[in-house]
Design a protein around this ligand. Structure first.
Ligand code: URA
Length: 302
């Protein structure tokens, strides 16, 4: 017999689920054996790894070792609980909006004057949300804002941004035709690499942006972007040269025409500025992307 939850329990349950969501945990499974134990409410199985899609497996050590794919966290649930509660919470507010500009605005508002990680108090001037065509077929994801981006509030506007612009031009398109964002939206002090927990805290917002833009291809620029998006740890050499099937972690697609996209990994433009000999390799990556998107490079490029 389906049981109706006491409103107070229901509210407590919703609060707890929201708490897990904020940690990047979205998938909840019922254990068949939990049927008898209503009092079990929600207890995360201690045996399981945490499931925060990006937090779990992002290991920035260049170990070359692939991490296990994200695991589902088992949550003991009473049977026949009003399951709509999960649907309601798992669906993001922007997913009920068809205009991607408005949807992105909702995510930006949700982010607010973010204080979720330490980067907010380490000298950031502003949050760098993302820029470009909200219906772009191609999306670039970098690591995090630098000084220029922090000052201007737009990703990739400094020297690395100039090179990214040239890379985009070489593909025969304009910067305005793609969408550009970063794993973290606040400048790490001294341009240090963002910490794992900072990436894990911030990237759920990027995942939601991806689910709104619904690109056909994402290009992860550098190891931090690649490892966070793919939730795996491997060297750039291992990560490049192929497509991955990508779905934004923690976001359920409610669009029958978009169930994820392809993801390719290439070198970060800042790395290419330091080692221009690798530009040829990056160009190979971009050519692979262009082929996937049916694009032709202009004759004059390169
Ligand atoms: N590097 C990044 O990863 N992102 C930017 O926006 C600028 C530089």
């Amino acid at each position: 017999m389906p049981r109706t939850l006491d409103p107070e329990v229901r509210r407590a349950l919703a609060t707890r689920i929201r708490y897990y969501n904020e940690m990047g945990i979205y998938d909840f499974y019922r254990r068949p054996s939990a049927a008898t134990d209503v009092a079990a409410t929600i207890a995360v199985d201690e045996e399981e790894e945490p499931v925060s899609a990006n937090a779990v497996s992002t290991n920035y050590a260049e170990s070359g070792e692939e991490m296990s794919p994200r695991k589902a966290t088992a949550v003991a649930m009473p049977v026949a609980v009003d399951e709509n509660i999960f649907d309601a919470i798992a669906l993001k507010p922007e997913q009920s909006v068809s205009d991607p500009v408005k949807a992105l605005k909702i995510i930006r508002e949700d982010l607010g004057d973010c204080t979720r990680c330490v980067l907010h108090k380490q000298g950031r001037k502003q949050i760098v949300f993302g820029v470009g065509d909200p219906k772009a077929e191609l999306m670039f994801v970098g690591e995090g804002p630098g000084a220029d981006e922090d000052a201007q509030g737009e990703p990739f506007v400094g020297r690395a941004g100039q090179l990214l612009n040239n890379m985009i031009k070489a593909m025969g398109i304009e910067r305005e035709q793609v969408y550009i964002a970063n794993i973290v939206k606040c400048r790490p002090p001294g341009n240090r690499t963002p910490e794992r927990d900072e990436c894990a805290t911030c990237s759920p917002f990027l995942m939601r942006q991806i689910a709104v833009v619904k690109p056909k291809v994402i290009v992860a620029l550098g190891a931090v972007a690649a490892k966070t998006l793919l939730a795996m740890s491997a060297s750039m050499m291992q990560l490049r040269g192929r497509f991955y099937d990508f779905r934004p972690a923690g976001v359920r697609s409610n669009d029958p025409n978009w169930d994820g996209c392809k993801l390719a990994v290439t070198y970060h433009p800042a790395f290419l500025l330091r080692d221009p000999r690798q530009k040829g390799e990056a160009w190979k990556d971009l050519q692979m992307v262009m082929k996937e998107l049916g694009m032709k490079a202009p004759q004059t490029s390169r």
